[in-house]
Design a protein around this ligand. Sequence first.
Ligand code: ALG
Ligand code: ZN
Ligand code: ZN
Length: 319
Amino acid sequence: MTEQAGAAPIGPVDASRVPRFAGIATFAKLPRIDEVERADIAVVGVPFDSGVSFRPGARFGPSHVREISRLLRPYNPAQQVAPFEAQQVVDAGDMAVNPFSIDEAVADIEAQARALTRDGTRLVTIGGDHTIALPLLRAAHAIHGPVAVVHFDAHLDTWDTYFGAPVTHGTPFRRASEEGLIDLTASAHLGIRGPLYAQADLDDDARLGFVPITASAIEVDGVERAIERLLERLGDAKVYISIDIDVLDPAHAPGTGTPEAGGLTSRELLRILRAMAHLEIVGADVVEVAPAYDHAQMTAVAASHALYELISAMAPREP
Ligand SMILES: N=C(N)NCCCC(=O)O
Ligand SMILES: [Zn+2]
Ligand SMILES: [Zn+2]
C-alpha cells in the first residue's frame, strides 16, 4: 500500500473493525513508514539507555509505549483536531544504535535523524534515556539553526560530566548549549525539582540559557501562570520539545530511572502541551520510560498521551 501524491493521509487501522489489541503494535496503529510515499511526522523509537546514572531499562521504552498507544483514538477534542487526518503520521520503527559505545550511539542517532528528516519530515521520538536529545538537537539544528528548547523534567540535565563522561542523560542540554544548538534567549525547563549537587548547578544552568519554571512555581502560581511565562519566553521562536517522563510525579509515572517526589500530574503536563499548539514545533521527544519499574502500564499511558498531544499540536490548523 502506497500513499498517492495529493491523496488523503493513510490513518490508523480502524479499531472498530480490527480489535486494537490485535496485529503489529505500531504507534497508535498508524501505518509503517514503508507504506507511504512521504510523511509529515515520523514517530521513531530510540532504544538506548547506556547513558543512565541510576536505574537502567529505558531501552525498552519504545516497545512499551507503542503497546499501550494502540488505545489512542483518532479525534482529539481538547485540541479540536484529528491529528492523523490533518497530516500524514507514520511509525518509522526503531533506530539501530550501538549499546556499548555512547559516542557511536550518538553518531548513529544523529545520522538516522538526519536521514529521516531530509525531505521535511518532523520527528517525534520515543526514548530511550535523555542522552538521545543531544543528537536529535544536532539534527534539528542542521535544518533549523538554534531552536528554543522546551524541556520538561525533574532534572536540569545541564550538568557537566559523570565519571568524566561528557555525554550522559544528565548532560545533554549543557552540551547542546555549548555547541550553539539552542536559542539562549527562549529556552526553558518545566517541572524542575528535587535535590541538586550545589547552588552552582542553577547558576550554570542560567548561564547556559535556560529559565526554570519549577514544579513548586507551578503548584503555587498555577498552570495558567506557568503557561503565560512559557509563551512569553518562547515568543515566535522555533521550538523543540523534550519531555522526560520523570517530570511527572512518581504517582503518575513510576516507570522511570531517576524518580523524584513532588512532580506534575499528567493533567498538568497535557494542558501545557496543548497551549503550544500555535507554535512552530520542529521536533519532540518523550524519554526515560523504563518499563521494568512501571505498574499497570501507567507510565506508558502518560507517555503515549503526551506523544498524542504533541502530534496534535504539530498538526496544521485552518487559518
Ligand atoms: N535525565 C534524567 N532522567 N536524569 C538525570 C539525573 C542525573 C543524575 O543522576 O544526577
Ligand atoms: Zn529527569
Ligand atoms: Zn532528563
